[in-house]
Design a protein around this ligand. Structure first.
Ligand SMILES: *Cc1c(COP(=O)(O)O)cnc(C)c1O
Length: 269
């Protein structure tokens, strides 16, 4: 028998539950690897269509609702950066997976009483949306001696259900980020309108890009655009996304309704 490449070996200390197997299939490592390759291919094609280098776009896999023991399979499939929406869920997984070298990102709204948890282990935060939060994060990071890459979330779809700054409030917000030396502003983030009509989705991405151009003129580090998910990442790449946050195309459909993550969420046509 051929020697197994260690990166191909199934995780040894894992036993998947019947529910895990029902949701992710009998060979999660194999299916995550295949899904990842398919997403990679779509990213590469979207880059080529837009005349962009493949290296200008980073894929951030979003692992919310995927149980820790299944994430061992994701790691075995070559995924080493995990994005989570909720801090409690992320912390539980991080505890369970402490033996793996994983880069954790938090991409969802953070309540101020959770700041101390985030500063302990997250490498990136994609949902900075208030000065109060910036101040608390900065203070906590100072305490633990770390810094944090942050993306400022903007509400580009004009929906009450979405978190993020109003576009008109962005530039004055960005002007104050220098007050928080532990925060490393990397760019802007948005959730586009949830719609299958790309003609309605695309303007959200275009707006974020315009805002980024204005913000970067005042804050040179703010060049990133974290935008695009399973349903719309190709459109986002066409509009300049530098980070796409993709969950379901890699891990399959989620059992929880999206309203769990976005209060008041309703699918817009
Ligand atoms: C869940 C989530 C995503 C990924 O959505 P998919 O439809 O699974 O690709 C992206 N960004 C945020 C903030 C999320 O919560």
């Amino acid at each position: 028998m051929d020697q197994l490449d260690p990166s191909n070996a199934p995780p040894s200390d894992t036993s998947l539950s019947a529910a895990d197997i029902e949701r992710f299939g009998p060979d999660p490592v194999g299916s995550f690897r295949a899904n990842l390759a398919a997403v990679e291919e779509r990213i590469a094609r979207a880059c080529a269509r837009a005349g962009r280098e493949r290296t200008s776009v980073r894929l951030l896999p979003i692992t919310k609702t995927v149980p820790a023991q299944v994430l061992r399979c994701a790691f075995a499939a070559g995924i080493t950066a995990f994005g989570e929406n909720k801090i409690q869920e992320a912390m539980g997984k991080r505890e369970a997976l402490g033996d793996l070298a994983i880069d954790w990102s938090i991409v969802g709204h953070l309540q101020s009483n959770k700041v101390k948890y985030l500063s302990r282990f997250a490498r990136e935060f994609h949902a900075l949306d208030s000065l109060k939060l910036a101040e608390l994060l900065d203070r906590q990071l100072e305490r633990v001696g770390c810094s944090l890459d942050v993306y400022v979330q903007v509400n580009t779809s004009n929906e009450d259900s979405k978190f993020g700054l109003h576009p008109d409030a962005l530039l004055s917000f960005v002007d104050r980020l220098g007050e928080f030396p532990r925060l490393k502003p990397r760019g802007l983030m948005t959730l586009a309108l949830f719609s299958s009509e790309m003609a309605r989705v695309r303007p959200c991405f275009a707006l974020l890009r315009r805002l980024r151009d204005e913000a970067a003129a005042r804050h040179p580090g703010l060049t990133g655009l974290s935008m695009g998910m399973t349903g719309d990442f190709e459109e986002a790449i066409a509009e300049g996304a530098t980070v796409v946050r993709v969950g379901q195309a890699i891990f399959g459909k989620r059992p929880t309704p999206d309203g769990h993550y976005w209060p008041g969420f309703a699918k817009a046509g």
